[in-house]
Design a protein around this ligand. Structure first.
Ligand SMILES: [Zn+2]
Ligand SMILES: [Zn+2]
Length: 390
């Protein structure tokens, strides 16, 4: 059967590229770059795609490290998304180096499917997933319009075809007080650090009475200059997360009230800013998820369709999934005990199991491309499911 032959051919292509792909994955891993600073990674990825016949647009959506690489023409327009940002101090503790090389490997291998059956492959480089919500910003700037499908695969501790993700927005806060000698003239000061500490206390009280799926957490980035000076400035960054958009809006106001109350109590002045990239919940397209499961299982892996008991983070792929049928499956690269965003996960992202997971996921995504270009009815069903869920 022609489709099966083509699948064997695209997976064979990924095997042929394995050395190049693992070399790029390890190079990105060894040179971790934070969100919107992924200059080297974006260059290495676009260079590989250019050498392999893709047309490249750099700096799309007015973001210097975002890119779009395209091959082929017309429908179906299939996007494979690459992430490549790292975490402060921890490096690639979310394994985005593997997401990036999975995307470019799948893209290059898919060329032969598009050559034979038509359609287009777009590898979209999406920076700053971790902190700024790069895809949320890119979605607002039209990067994902006119696509039929958007796919990526994320390193995980298990093989699972769907992802749950919380809606999430970042809140940056600053308190402005007044310096004074902390012992000789404390009554002349206004303590901005106390305002911050009171805010934490208020949020901790609030936390008892919020939905169990919601999350509020934050850090203090500035807490004063010296113990004998009343802190005149404090600053922090918080994240508010909820299982749906409406509850996120409600919770955002409650959290903000904690800061307003602390400002009133201390006399410090509050300034705040909600992050531009608001992460949406993930809408998993089940037709696409099943294709991922089937194709991964053809490689000898066991893939679950979903894991209901999993704790959830957030992903800006959620924003993409609100405008185009999408999947964001997990690919096992580490043992079950390993926690994401930890030094152990960073090691896994450069391990043999990490590279194997990346190559298998690239094969599965390329095989989905074969499914889509050889079978327009599947594309129609994917679209139908997406429209039904609106
Ligand atoms: Zn991640
Ligand atoms: Zn992460």
């Amino acid at each position: 059967m022609e489709k099966e032959k083509l699948k064997a051919s695209v997976t064979g292509e990924i095997d042929a590229l394995r050395h190049q792909l693992s070399e790029i994955a390890l190079k990105i891993h060894a040179n971790p770059e934070l969100g919107f600073q992924e200059v080297k990674a974006a260059e290495w990825l676009t260079q590989f795609l250019e050498e392999n016949g893709f047309s490249i647009e750099r700096t799309i959506c007015r973001l210097p490290t975002a890119f779009k690489a395209s091959y082929g023409e017309g429908k179906p327009a299939i996007a494979i998304l690459a992430e490549y940002d790292a975490l402060p101090d921890l490096g690639h503790a979310c394994g985005h180096n593997l997401i990036a090389t999975c995307a470019i490997g799948a893209g290059v291998a898919s060329k032969r499917a598009v050559d034979q059956f038509g359609g287009s492959i777009l590898i979209i480089g999406t920076p700053a997933e971790e902190i700024h919500g790069g895809k949320a910003i890119m979605a607002n700037r039209g990067a994902f319009n006119n696509l039929d499908v958007a796919m990526m695969a994320h390193p995980s501790i298990r093989d699972v075809a769907t992802t749950r993700a919380l809606a999430n927005q970042t809140l940056e806060v600053e308190f402005f007080g007044k310096e004074a000698h902390a012992a000789a003239r404390p009554e002349a000061g206004i303590n901005a650090l106390e305002a911050m500490l009171l805010s934490f206390a208020a949020i901790n009280s609030l936390r008892q009475h919020i939905k169990s799926t919601a999350r509020i957490h934050g850090i203090i980035t500035h807490g004063g200059k010296a113990a004998n000076i009343v802190p005149a400035y404090s600053a922090g960054i918080f994240k508010v997360r909820a299982a749906d958009d409406a509850y996120l809006d409600e919770l955002k106001q409650k959290v903000l009230n904690c800061f307003i109350g602390a400002a009133t109590a201390t006399g410090a002045r509050l300034e705040y800013k909600w992050g531009e990239g608001r992460y949406a919940t993930m809408r998993n397209n089940l037709h696409l998820a099943r294709l991922f499961k089937q194709n991964m299982e053809s490689l000898g892996r066991k893939v679950r369709l979903s894991v209901p008991s999993d704790g959830s983070g957030s992903t800006d792929m959620g924003n993409v999934s609100q405008i185009v049928p999408s999947i964001h499956p997990g690919v096992a690269i580490a043992e079950k005990e390993v926690v994401g965003h930890s030094p152990e996960f960073a090691l896994a992202a450069a391990s043999e199991a990490g590279i194997k997971g990346m190559l298998d996921a690239a094969k599965a995504l390329a095989m989905i491309v074969v499914d889509l270009v050889t079978n327009p009815e599947i594309v129609a069903k994917i679209e139908e499911e997406f429209q039904r869920g609106q």
